[in-house]
Design a protein around this ligand. Structure first.
Ligand SMILES: [Zn+2]
Length: 311
């Protein structure tokens, strides 16, 4: 029977119907701002899902990904979904649709998607790391998605890399996310724009991670220093991951990784520097292959593995 994936983001929601082997058959999107409350948003999701089932193919299980954190299945003060505190998305959708529904946070769902459909295929132990507005990670261990007791595991973005580093949204200083996310790279670019031949000509508000990465590719010295520093911090974080988990593979995704193989090479260099040699030698770092469909394919993967997830 077909599967339904629901990707709930801070700004938009995607709903996808997939075959039982995970092939995407049809998808619909709408903006969170089109609906007023979580209840109305979930009503809209259910309405679209029922239409898809009627028009195309009925589905048996529902997989959902959303920003966390969770406690006992309910959202617990989610920074990216204001107004959704205490909402049990899986239960709400399950009762609206009369089907079992399973929930994972976005990074953990992306890891399951990458494991079943992307760069993690064929592995038993892998990690997915996203470098985007923030930094997040998800794990599959022993052939099972690993979320910890409440689904919040693998918060690599909030591992402290530099105790004297910049303030992070979580309240600590020097978290990996505060040092090497797209937000952090863009901020460094704006701070140092005056001394960069490449960035100087741009307006401050026009400088984000993409511009800094473009400057790096064009050979600008300041941009190169910013990107190399971010790659070093990311390698430091990944080195911790390698030593702790010994994954066979790490797939890297998110907007910053659109810079591609040259950036992956620098991150790999620093991961090696910060890992134990034997463990690094057993880890294969790759770029995510799911790209823009990571969220929806993650949700569909969550529907596929359901409760257990042993493959
Ligand atoms: Zn933090």
């Amino acid at each position: 029977m077909a599967l339904l994936g629901v990707d709930i983001g801070g700004t938009k929601i995607a709903i996808g119907l997939a075959s039982d082997s995970g092939e995407l058959l049809q998808q619909e999107r709408f903006l969170v701002s089109d609906t007023q409350t979580p209840e109305k948003t979930l009503d809209r999701v259910a309405e679209i899902a029922k239409t898809l089932a009627k028009q195309r193919e009925d589905f048996g299980q529902v997989g959902i990904c959303s920003p966390g954190p969770f406690h006992n299945g309910k959202l617990s003060n989610p920074a990216n979904l204001p107004g959704w505190d205490g909402v049990d998305i899986a239960q709400s959708l399950s009762s609206r649709l009369g089907r079992p529904a399973y929930l994972q946070n976005d990074a953990n769902a992306a890891a399951v998607g990458e494991w079943l459909f992307g760069q993690g295929k064929g592995t038993k132990h892998m990690a997915y790391v996203t470098v985007s507005t923030g930094v997040g990670a998800g794990l599959v261990l022993n052939g099972t998605p690993y979320g910890g007791p409440h689904g919040n595991a693998a918060e690599l973005g909030h591992v402290v890399i530099d105790v004297n580093g910049p303030q992070c949204n979580c309240g600590l200083t020097g978290c990996l996310e505060a040092l090497a996310s797209g937000t952090a790279i863009g901020r460094s670019g704006r701070q140092r724009a005056a001394s960069s031949a490449f960035l100087r000509s741009l307006h401050d508000e026009g400088i984000g991670a993409k511009e800094v990465l473009d400057g790096w590719k064009a050979g600008d010295a300041v941009c190169s220093e910013i990107v190399e520093t971010a790659a070093r911090h990311l390698g430091h974080g990944l080195g911790i991951l390698v030593n702790l988990v010994n994954p066979e593979r790490i797939a890297l995704g998110g907007g910053v990784m659109n810079a591609g193989a040259p950036l992956l090479d620098r991150i790999r260099h620093w991961t090696q520097f910060y890992s134990m040699p034997t463990l690094f030698g057993e880890t294969d770092l790759r770029l995510s292959s799911l790209g823009d469909s990571t969220g929806l394919m993650g949700a569909i993967a969550v529907a596929m593995v359901g409760d257990g997830g042993k493959k």
